[in-house]
Design a binder for this molecule. Structure first.
Ligand SMILES: Nc1nc2c(c(=O)[nH]1)N[C@H]1C(S)=C(S)[C@@H](COP(=O)(O)OP(=O)(O)OC[C@H]3O[C@@H](n4cnc5c(=O)[nH]c(N)nc54)[C@H](O)[C@@H]3O)O[C@H]1N2
Ligand SMILES: Nc1nc2c(c(=O)[nH]1)N[C@H]1C(S)=C(S)[C@@H](COP(=O)(O)OP(=O)(O)OC[C@H]3O[C@@H](n4cnc5c(=O)[nH]c(N)nc54)[C@H](O)[C@@H]3O)O[C@H]1N2
Ligand SMILES: [Mo]
Length: 746
């Protein structure tokens, strides 16, 4: 593929989005099946798109086009598949030399496989034998805490509920999940302040907001359907403020592929009316500045604060104690720019604040999110139509998995109900999160690593340490749809357990089954696949969990296999244990599903003092790190997390290149480098340096001192102990790096 770096000057969306979707469907060899499948995406009788967690508008209306949803669906419904022959033809060491895009492109996994050390190959194994091996490893452990059970966020509610039940009945809370790498700080921050770790808004609020702030999020790529909401809001006069070190195309201009006028007439809609480009990690200072304006202008909602909030005096003292010099230096923005944003906020009677990974993947993520929530509370913007916090979740069911109890630090009340419903005493000690899990494997404290989805080896920080840690396990097992890095970085024994995807028919003893998911705005709905499975040997995730549980814990007094005969039986048990799921089976069958109640939306605050809590966070003095740049690791337009579909990042003007380093003109000049040159990246940390090799310098509009590239290629650079305070989410958006020219390799 030829490489082309050229700024993209068209709006996001438009004909390029349609063309790109068609190309991806063609590449998977499924033009007719692809079209049939896509028409059932996010429909009441269809499946939930396995892409992002953005909610569906109008479940009764027709198909909602989303370029990256098409890619996710096409990748799953692909005509390509791999079986025994593929694995007989090459050793695991040979496969490990391939890149992530190649691994993914081989197609769907079709039969259970076990690693054979003598030949260094994966060989077919019968399902019963696979479960017996895992059960044997679990039962041979000196303690249940010597096992880890990872979850990625595509797992359905039914699978997640059974899984956490199995894991806790087995005796551990070692349930690290992709949330640990993602929105963990959001949940932690909001629970302390408003008593709920979830966003409080719904799509109806987007239609009522007078202002929407989007912090650290790239919806044009990662939540394309969100652009439809932002477009509608902008067109009715709602003011949108984007806060991002990069000028992301989707936040600037959008041509809606669903609008004939914009498609045929060549028009488009301006999204952000104000676009602030702070330096990486500058949001806490910016938010302090915004709050300072509100205090100085006396633009507070006094009634709300008097009736509902605590901590106003402490917050005022903290915010007024931060001088404008520190705010400007910390944010990289001028006071006038901050005041312009504060005016928009101050004039709006209903404001939504959205945020993504640009906020959560920093050391001070929890403090920053609490300042976002402070800002909302200062003007009573929670529990009012058109207003509230909106953490935009990633994986399509990551929020639901937490609701179902995938949590290494479970709520004691949840454990009480689980234990009462199933007649056992669940373990109370907290388990390992992702960072803790890697440390535990490294220290030889783990025998068995089991993953329900995901790609732990590639998604986690500090790749070399993570991969060495996984190799110390006695057994690693992955429930997966596609081949990935984690299958090739394995323990003494290793298993690949191939499962059904969302688009496929899930046939159980009592007939075809649907599963349920919860989106980013707490809507719970059913998802039913309709394609023939990629192979007759695939099992559903609930079936894999139930069969493993039945072999591992035959005397648990739980009829695992009966439960999966009809998923209504699992949902009946969920209704007994999980708050808000009363009458689950009936409510989820109403087209469009139901909304899970969030007390904070009704201004009921389940916090330490029963009020919404304003929590102050002082700015830290700036530490000069001369010679170092701050690296953020982001997603290209052609990837889904560790799944790389292609080499284009259309809106950033990159074609045919997976290793660009976006850098400012000022830094190029200062460092004596030129665009087009290739460099190595070296991260500098207290325990030494880490390297990632061979990046292409791309001159880009990015604040001086900041650089950007893609994950997972840069995960080698993220130190394991560089993570968010308290939430422990890897700080993969602020890695201190320097660049080393490679000579004239380009
Ligand atoms: N197509 C597609 N869809 C996806 C995914 C995917 O990989 N592909 N992943 C899914 C998942 S799991 C998730 S969590 C979401 C992720 O969705 P996003 O949160 O949009 O993820 P990122 O690509 O990491 O983008 C982070 C954005 O934050 C900005 N940013 C970085 N540092 C800072 C900062 O310090 N301050 C501010 N204000 N901005 C900053 C970056 O420039 C970038 O625009 O998307 C989900 N949807
Ligand atoms: N440096 C850096 N690192 C990051 C991030 C970052 O921004 N920067 N983002 C982080 C974030 S937000 C997240 S959420 C994590 C993601 O971490 P993970 O969720 O662990 O990773 P994914 O790449 O989403 O997992 C992809 C694999 O899931 C499997 N899969 C796909 N569909 C299904 C299914 O239906 N069932 C099952 N069982 N398996 C399936 C396929 O085998 C595929 O290879 O990465 C994190 N890592
Ligand atoms: Mo995520």
């Amino acid at each position: 593929m030829t490489r082309r770096i050229r700024p993209y000057d068209k709006p996001a969306g438009g004909w390029d989005a349609l063309r790109s979707s068609l190309r991806h469907v063609q590449e998977q060899g499924i033009v007719a099946k692809g079209a049939r499948t896509l028409l059932r995406a996010n429909q009441p009788d269809g499946f939930d798109c396995p892409g992002c967690a953005w909610p569906d508008r109008n479940p009764h209306s027709s198909f909602e086009f989303c370029e990256n949803g098409v890619k996710a669906v096409a990748a799953e419904a692909t005509a390509r598949s791999i079986g025994a022959d593929f694995f007989a033809a090459q050793t695991v060491s040979e496969l490990a030399a391939r890149d992530d895009q190649w691994l993914e492109a081989q197609g769907r996994l079709t039969e259970p496989l076990a690693y054979d050390p003598a030949s260094d190959r994966y060989r077919p194994i019968a399902w019963d034998d696979a479960f017996a091996r895992i059960a044997a490893s679990l039962r041979a452990q000196a303690s249940p805490d010597r096992a880890l059970f990872y979850t990625s966020g595509r797992t359905s509610n039914e699978a997640a509920f059974l899984y956490q039940l199995f894991v806790r009945r087995f005796g551990t809370n070692n349930l690290p999940d992709c949330s640990n790498l993602c929105h963990e700080p959001s949940g932690l921050a909001m629970r302390e302040q408003i008593g709920s770790g979830k966003g409080t808004v719904t799509l109806d609020d987007f239609a009522a907001a007078e202002a929407i702030f989007v912090f650290g999020q790239n919806p044009g790529t990662n939540h394309p359907r969100m652009l439809g909401e932002l477009r509608a809001a902008a067109r009715r006069g709602c003011r949108i403020v984007a806060v991002n070190p990069l000028r992301e195309r989707g936040l600037e201009r959008f041509a809606d592929p669903q609008s004939p006028r914009e498609m045929l007439g060549g028009g488009s809609t301006e999204i952000a009316s104000l676009y602030l480009t702070p330096r990486i990690g500058g949001d806490l200072a910016l938010l302090t500045g915004l709050a300072r304006c509100l205090f100085e202008w006396d633009a507070l909602d006094r009634d709300f604060l008097a009736g509902h909030a605590s901590g106003l005096d402490e917050l005022r003292a903290c915010v007024l104690g931060a001088g404008w010099d520190a705010i400007e230096a910390g944010s990289g923005l001028a006071r006038a720019e901050i005041e312009a944003a504060a005016r928009i906020y101050g004039e709006s009677r209903a404001t939504i604040v959205c945020w993504g990974m640009g906020i959560t993947q920093h050391t001070r993520a929890v403090a920053t999110i609490q300042m976002l929530v402070n800002l909302l509370l200062l003007r009573g913007n929670i529990g009012r139509p058109g207003a509230g916090p909106c953490p935009v979740r990633g994986h399509s069911n990551v929020q639901g998995d937490r609701t179902m109890g995938i949590d290494e630090r479970p709520d004691p009340a949840f454990l009480d109900r689980l234990g009462a419903a199933f007649g056992f005493a669940p373990p109370r000690a907290h388990g390992h999160d992702v960072v803790g899990a890697i440390g535990a494997m490294e220290r030889g404290e783990i025998d068995t690593f089991f993953a329900l989805g995901g790609n732990f080896a590639a998604a986690s920080p500090d790749s070399a340490r993570t991969q060495a840690a996984l190799r110390r396990c006695r057994l690693t097992a992955h429930v997966s749809t596609k081949l990935n890095r984690s299958h090739l970085v394995h323990g003494d024994q290793a298993l690949i357990l191939p499962c059904l995807g969302r688009t496929e028919i899930d046939l159980q003893a009592e007939g075809p089954q649907g599963v349920t998911v919860e989106d980013s705005m707490s809507m719970v709905h059913i998802s039913t696949g309709m394609n023939a499975p990629a192979s007759a040997q695939l099992l559903s995730e609930p079936a894999i969990v139930a069969r493993l549980a039945a072999v591992t814990l035959p005397d648990a007094g739980i009829d695992w296999l009966w439960l999966i005969g009809h998923y209504d039986r699992i949902r009946t048990r969920i209704a007994q244990v999980v708050e808000g799921f009363e009458d689950f089976n009936a409510r989820v069958r109403v087209p469009g599903g139901f909304h899970l109640r969030n007390p904070a939306r009704e201004r009921q605050w389940r916090t330490a003092d029963g009020r919404a809590r304003l929590l102050p966070h002082a700015l830290a003095p700036a530490i000069a790190t001369p010679g170092l740049l701050q690296l953020m690791t982001v997603r290209s337009h052609d990837q889904y997390n560790t799944t790389v579909y292609g080499l284009d990042d259309r809106y950033r003007g990159v074609n045919g290149e997976r290793r660009p380093l976006f850098i400012s003109r000022a830094d190029l000049d200062r460092l004596g480098l030129r665009a087009g040159e290739r460099v190595d990246l070296i991260s500098v940390w207290h325990d030494g340096e880490r390297e990632a090799l061979d990046f292409l310098l791309v001159e880009y509009a990015i604040p001086a001192g900041c650089v950007a590239s893609y994950f997972p290629e840069t995960n080698a650079l993220v130190p394991l102990d560089h993570h968010a305070e308290r939430a422990r989410t890897p700080a993969s958006k602020s890695i201190p790096v320097r660049v080393r020219p490679r000579g004239d390799a380009a």
